[in-house]
Design a protein around this ligand. Structure first.
Ligand code: BGC
Length: 469
């Protein structure tokens, strides 16, 4: 273990290595007692051997740009404990994982007791290591039988999802109190029905995407009530992906208009349903009455990564005339096969927190990270993100935890194995793991519940300026 426990947490303002970071308004960079420093993961990306969900079918049909398959992934189904040991060694006190619906209910109405037992083992293993689990019920994947019946667009989808949620919470409730119903309804709807990068691979179906967001809000609400019915003290939320969209030309009326449109559909839709029980006009015409969704969450989870520029482009009807792009010379992680993943933009945390704070519930940052095999930019991102959180907490925001995406390099959806988000590097062929220095730095922050220039210097003596792409 690294000798960092006793490092004094000073004021990061004085740090030579943090000069590009805006100075902190107030001195202390120590976080509130009980703050959760976690890592986030998702079943299909880490477990391996998931072949009964719609993502497995998508992989088989050639949906992954690199042609990769999730395959054995990080082999969690056999040995998640190996990575839990690394999480303990790092020093995190929380870990978000998801349960795979297609394992637990492989056929409609038929539950696999052994699958639930394996999840019990995993949660017990986390507790034994002093790590608090947070369990997500739907992280982009669901059983083939459910997809074949129309997925969440089917009239009785919320009942099916509620049945699954009840089964999971009855089986695991003594080991977990924090539940995330859905991971990123907005990403699932956008990538699945507008951009065609996620199953079912539809493009330009904007109204269907809006209908899906509504359906997910209903399913979230039903699951929320079911969980509280079984476990009154449960904390239940969802994970919202927030992206900063900026008009490419701030003087252009059309760029401004299309940016507001993209923002409304992507960032605002689900949030508005929870906040107000309705979408903004004219989207409200599609959604109808969702008043019973209003206020239904105990916390808001935020997944925050990036900033994009948006320009009006009359040729892009199927994308609502929005050309979404990353300008040159901004900090960026490694690229996917075709598209950059956006500008790495830690200040997005502040904008996201300030927006969802209006809901009036505690906030967890449930994902933040960057694809970066060489640790070119991840340390910079972590330090900046932690400083953003520090300033927000000092300013009175009720932020209870930060979960880095992710623990170990894993299967990155339509980008396959090309992008490496892990604090721990993984060679998926040999299953060899190597802790990255950014993992050591993050561990030092987590263990001491603060950030100091000494920690940064210890792991990155040459500084943390993002190296050029
Ligand atoms: C998703 C993760 C994904 C990460 C990095 C998030 O939107 O929830 O599953 O791996 O972004 O792309």
């Amino acid at each position: 273990m690294d000798e960092v426990h006793d490092l004094e947490c000073g004021n990061v303002r004085s740090s030579r290595n943090l000069t590009e970071v805006a100075p902190l308004a107030t001195a202390p960079s120590r976080f509130p007692a009980g703050f959760l420093w976690g890592v986030s993961t998702a079943a299909h990306q880490v477990e391996g051997g998931n072949d009964n969900n719609q993502w497995a079918a998508w992989e088989q049909a050639g949906g992954i740009k690199s042609g990769d398959r999730s395959g054995q992934a990080c082999d969690w189904w056999n040995n998640a404990e190996r990575d839990f040991d690394l999480a303990r060694e790092m020093g995190v006190n929380a870990l978000r994982l998801s349960v795979e619906w297609s394992r637990i209910e492989p056929q409609e109405g038929q539950y696999d007791a052994q699958a639930l037992r394996r999840y019990r083992q995993m949660l017990e293993a986390l507790h034994q290591r002093g790590i608090r689990p947070m369990v997500c019920l739907h992280h982009f994947t669901h059983p083939l039988w459910f997809e074949q019946k129309g997925g969440f667009l089917r009239y009785d989808a919320a009942n099916r999802f509620e049945g699954f949620a009840r089964h999971v919470v009855s089986g695991l409730g003594d080991l977990c109190q924090s539940w995330v119903t859905f991971n990123e309804p907005n990403v699932y709807a956008t990538l699945g029905y507008v951009l065609g990068e996620f199953p079912p691979g539809k493009r330009g179906q904007i109204l269907t995407a809006v209908r899906l967001v509504n359906a997910l809000a209903r399913a979230h609400t039903q699951a929320y009530r079911a969980i509280h019915d079984l476990q009154p003290a449960a904390q239940v939320g969802w994970a919202h992906n927030f992206v900063v969209f900026q008009p490419a030309d701030p003087r252009s009326v059309l760029d401004g208009w299309v940016t507001r449109l993209v923002n409304e559909l992507f960032n605002e839709s689900f949030v508005r349903l929870i906040e107000q029980g309705k979408l903004a006009f004219p989207l409200s015409l599609v959604s109808g009455d969702l008043n019973d969704v209003k206020g239904v969450c105990d916390f808001v989870g935020l997944n925050v990564y990036s900033r994009f520029h948006v320009a009006f482009d009359a040729r892009l009807l199927s994308q609502m005339f929005a050309r979404v792009f990353v300008p040159p010379h901004v900090p960026q992680g490694d690229h996917g096969v075709e598209q950059p993943y956006g500008e790495a933009y830690p200040a997005a945390i502040r904008l996201a927190v300030e927006r969802v704070a209006r809901i009036g519930k505690p906030i967890y940052v449930l994902e933040n990270g960057v694809p970066d095999a060489q640790d070119r930019i991840r340390p910079w991102l972590i330090v900046n993100a932690v400083q953003e959180l520090d300033r927000l907490i000092q300013a009175g925001q009720d932020i209870r935890g930060y979960f880095h995406w992710t623990l170990t390099d894993n299967f990155e959806w339509s980008e396959g194995w090309k992008l490496r988000f892990g604090l721990v590097a993984l060679d998926p062929k040999t299953q060899q793991r190597t802790m990255r220095n950014s993992g050591r730095l993050y561990g030092a922050i987590a263990r001491s519940n603060c950030i100091s220039p000494e920690m940064v210097n210890q792991y990155f003596p040459a500084g943390i300026e993002p190296a050029p792409d």
